[in-house]
Design a protein around this ligand. Structure first.
Ligand code: NAD
Length: 499
């Protein structure tokens, strides 16, 4: 099955990277068994954040296309749910293998449309593929329960059935991983899906969908639509009684609006929303390790991660040493086009985002912060913002409340453990937090007091396919990854049996 419109990936600047097998990435909508143009025949430009130029165009999905995707997902649903788990697992395993085999050009594609540096993109592809492998292993092990009722009169049978047609809405910052983190468990559970990727990075989603078709995913099991205006199309899909699940990753603001829409049909929702991660460095920390961890927690994806550190709280005794060593590492980063092999920090996603970051830094300076590094956009094309370190940031500064989503590190001093915990928890977000201390007992005690879904102790990375990823407070509902991620795509059915 071929797309009428497609995009040929330019030859990567890194030598030895094989291009996609059929040399082209589909740019139309995937509905049922065909790639097709949107019913309005409109095209949407996809921009390269490194220079603002149009890379290619993609199809615009209308309400009619959204409904066609629901029809296709409905048609494929009974067959896919009845496919033996082992067979579904083997298809997911093939998706993993194909994604790994195509990892290098997929990484180039991500760097091209999303902007991040190639090592970050390659890391994302491997992480994304891992969800196919993990859920290929979980699928044959979907749990059930059997017990005798307390009265002894009957048995209680509990099964986890596929929840049904699922709408998956994903952001631009991890265009491959946020898609596979939803698609793999949904398919493993026996659901058919409609993926609505972010309009900024649709090519990766189309490429992953094509890989899945090549791996043997039957037509209609995965559908991909890209409406220019996602609100009405997604609302119509969510209001359709055939649709039973909406899984969203994105900002808290959009998440709130989608939850309101979901209320109309009491639609089951999983929400992975924004974050405002604190990073606590205590006097007894190994500072070199804390700096390494800080670089990962802050700069992976150029700071454009929901788990990215937004605020560094450093105890007074190690403030000078941490700040000096961390700033030196930040200063050494090479800013440039993400597809250049020697780039370590790419552009941010849009001009709007670069302007927002600049505004937050200017605001922080007005509120009393000092710029130790960066803080000024380079005079070049593209949506660049340099690695920036702010010190003397007052605890009440706006930049500590808003998701920065860029390469800016505000550092705040603290004196006592209680003060650090209070400041870390002073946010309506609750996704990820990090802390560094050589005293593990103290670290675990503090981790339990941090109001976050995930805490990294002496590490700057918490994402793991085998772990439950998710937030508390306004950072989300539900978990992705691990066996929890698959349960989110099931409905718990209890059957009372007398035998
Ligand atoms: P966003 O909320 O603007 O968009 C996310 C997705 O929702 C996109 O596909 C977008 O097109 C779509 N969307 C926007 N308005 C919509 C509407 N009215 N109806 C239906 N769909 C709509 O977020 P973004 O800018 O793409 O991504 C950045 C945000 O995502 C950050 O807040 C980040 O923290 C969050 N994020 C969270 C996680 C997590 O796991 N918790 C992971 C990655 C990103």
């Amino acid at each position: 099955m071929k797309s009428a419109n497609s995009f040929a990936l330019p030859k990567p600047k890194t030598s030895g990277v094989a291009l996609p097998a059929n040399d082209a990435i589909p740019t139309d909508l995937l509905i049922g068994e065909s790639w097709r143009e949107g019913s309005n025949k409109q095209r949407i430009p996809v921009l390269n954040p490194a220079n603002g130029e149009v890379i290619t165009t993609i199809a615009d999905a209308t309400l009619e296309d959204g409904m066609a995707a629901v029809d296709a997902a409905e048609k494929a649903a009974p067959g896919w749910a009845a496919t033996p788990p082992r067979q579904r697992a083997e298809i997911l395993r093939k998706c993993y293998e194909k994604m790994i085999a195509n990892a290098d050009w997929l990484a180039h594609l991500i760097s091209l449309e999303m902007g991040k540096a190639l090592p970050d993109s390659k890391g994302e592809v491997l992480y994304a593929a891992e969800f196919f492998r993990w859920y290929s292993e979980e699928t044959p092990r979907i749990i059930g329960e059997l017990q005798t009722s307390p009265s002894g009169q009957n048995r209680i049978v509990v099964e986890y059935q596929p929840i049904g047609i699922s709408l998956l809405i994903t952001p631009w910052n991890f265009p491959a991983a946020m898609a596979t983190r939803k698609i793999a468990p949904a398919l493993g559970a026996g659901c058919t899906v409609i993926l609505k990727p972010a309009i900024e990075t649709p090519l990766t989603a189309f490429a992953v969908a094509q890989i899945m078709l090549d791996a043997g995913v039957p037509p209609g099991v995965v559908n991909v639509i890209t409406p220019k205006d996602p609100g009405p199309v997604c609302a119509a899909i969510m209001h359709d009684p055939r649709v039973r699940k909406m899984s969203f990753t994105g900002s808290t603001g959009v998440g709130r609006a989608l939850l309101r829409t979901a209320a109309d049909t009491v639609l089951n929702c999983s929400m992975e929303l924004g974050g405002n991660a604190p990073f606590l460095v205590f006097d007894d920390a190994n500072i070199d390790e804390a700096v390494e961890g800080a670089m990962i927690a802050k700069m992976r994806n150029g700071g454009q991660a929901c788990t990215a550190t937004n605020r560094f709280y450093v105890q007074k005794g190690v403030l000078a040493e941490f700040t000096e060593k961390f700033t030196a590492k930040m200063k050494a980063l090479k800013l440039g086009d993400g597809t250049d092999p020697d780039t370590q920090l790419g552009p941010v996603i849009t001009e709007k985002q670069a302007t927002k970051i600049a505004g937050l830094v200017e605001g922080a300076v007005k509120e009393g912060a000092k710029i130790l590094l960066g803080g000024k956009r380079p005079d070049s094309k593209g949506y660049f913002y340099p690695a920036t370190v702010l010190t003397d940031v007052p605890p009440s500064a706006t930049i500590l409340k808003d998701e920065i989503f860029g390469p800016v590190a505000p550092i705040i001093a603290f004196e006592t453990e209680e003060e650090a915990i209070r400041m870390a928890n002073d946010t309506h977000y609750g996704l990820a937090a990090y802390l560094y201390s050589k005293d593990l007992k103290k670290g675990l005690k503090i981790a339990e007091k941090l109001e976050y879904g995930m805490v990294g102790i002496n590490r700057g990375l918490v994402s793991d396919t085998a772990a439950p990823f998710g937030g508390v407070k306004q950072s989300g509902l539900g978990r992705e990854g691990s066996h929890h991620g698959l349960i989110e795509f099931t409905e718990c059915k209890y059957i009372a049996v007398t035998w």
